[in-house]
Design a protein around this ligand. Structure first.
Ligand code: NDP
Length: 282
């Protein structure tokens, strides 16, 4: 059996077009384009690439975009003052703090300084808390994108035994909460899980966000299971690979996200959706 490929690239393109139409309608209502601001502390080339991608995404969708680029030696006080100014700026509907911040900065304090109503990354403790209580508001984009992919392919997690590998605040943990809200029975696995394969083989749905290439092998997957790979790893030869051994698992699974072209493009599309939600609520 060869698995159905869950094509995030195609779906994200469709979602971006829908977002463009919604943004045009919102712009008419607000009398201005919905606006996203990114706070970036200089120094990390990967961050700069990502910020450029978000800029293009916003431009294509008709949203206003700006970057607050701060020097590498920025202090906590300056960073938080910039965030506070964006909180109070009526032209800004969404604020994204580009993470990771340099080690000398207090990430938790920066995130706390955000107005949770503008938190389009879903990282503020109020948004995380609302999700944990089963009342999602602004949800982190990567797990939201994974859920949307499942929904669009008619995969309903209700009643499924599901495993999430990874428990980070930005991917694994919120994914487990979204699956619980969708009535799956969820096991969260992490680096101390004993016999990962035994846990995964019990599950009809396996979501992986560990950042470990090749962690999930075909022998760990129940035949016909749905596999969602959030892993984004750059191999030595420059190739982008997930956490799942795609070539072998595709022969066992019922459906699987490829890397690249699966969950990655969905993340950006969901960022536009959060921006629309934040702008519409203002
Ligand atoms: P983190 O490093 O914050 O978390 C990784 C998690 O995986 C931890 O909970 C860790 O366990 C767990 N883990 C590590 N090794 C193992 C192992 N051998 N067995 C089981 N669990 C393990 O990473 P993120 O959540 O930020 O990102 C995870 C992956 O998703 C990365 O590849 C990242 O690049 C990718 N990503 C993809 C996005 C997308 O758009 N598709 C967006 C964001 C991230 P423990 O808690 O015990 O340390």
């Amino acid at each position: 059996m060869t698995a159905t490929i869950l094509d995030g690239k195609a779906l994200a393109q469709e979602l971006r077009e829908v977002a463009r139409d919604e943004i045009a309608i919102l712009a008419g209502r607000l009398g201005r384009a919905p606006g996203l601001a990114v706070v970036q502390v200089e120094g990390d080339p990967a961050s700069s690439r990502y910020v450029r991608t978000i800029g293009k995404l916003c431009e294509a969708a008709g949203a206003a975009f700006r970057v607050e680029l701060l020097p590498p030696d920025t202090s906590d006080a300056t960073l938080q003052a910039v965030i506070a100014a964006l909180n109070g700026d009526p032209a800004v509907d969404g604020v994204l703090i580009q993470l990771p911040l340099p080690a000398h900065l207090d990430t938790a304090a920066a995130v706390m300084a955000l107005d949770h109503r503008k938190d389009v990354d879903g990282v503020h403790p109020i948004n995380a808390g609302l999700l944990a209580q089963g009342r999602p508001a602004l949800v982190p984009n990567t797990p939201a994108g994974g859920m949307e992919l499942l929904r669009r392919y008619g995969i309903d997690p209700r009643g499924m035994r599901a495993a999430v590998v990874g428990r980070s605040a930005i991917v694994g943990r919120p994914m487990a909460q979204l699956l619980t809200l969708a009535d799956a029975t969820v096991t969260v696995c992490h680096s101390r899980t004993a016999d990962l394969g035994a846990v995964l083989r019990e599950c009809e749905l396996v979501c992986v966000a560990a950042g470990r290439p090749g962690l999930v092998t075909a022998a760990m997957i129940r035949p016909g299971a749905v596999v969602v790979d959030f892993g984004t790893n750059v191999r030595e030869d420059g190739a982008l690979v997930g956490d799942v051994e795609f070539g072998a698992v595709v022969e066992v699974a019922g459906a699987i996200t490829p890397v690249p072209g699966g969950t990655g493009p969905m993340t950006n599309a969901m960022l536009l959706r959060n921006l629309i939600t934040a702008a519409a609520r203002r």
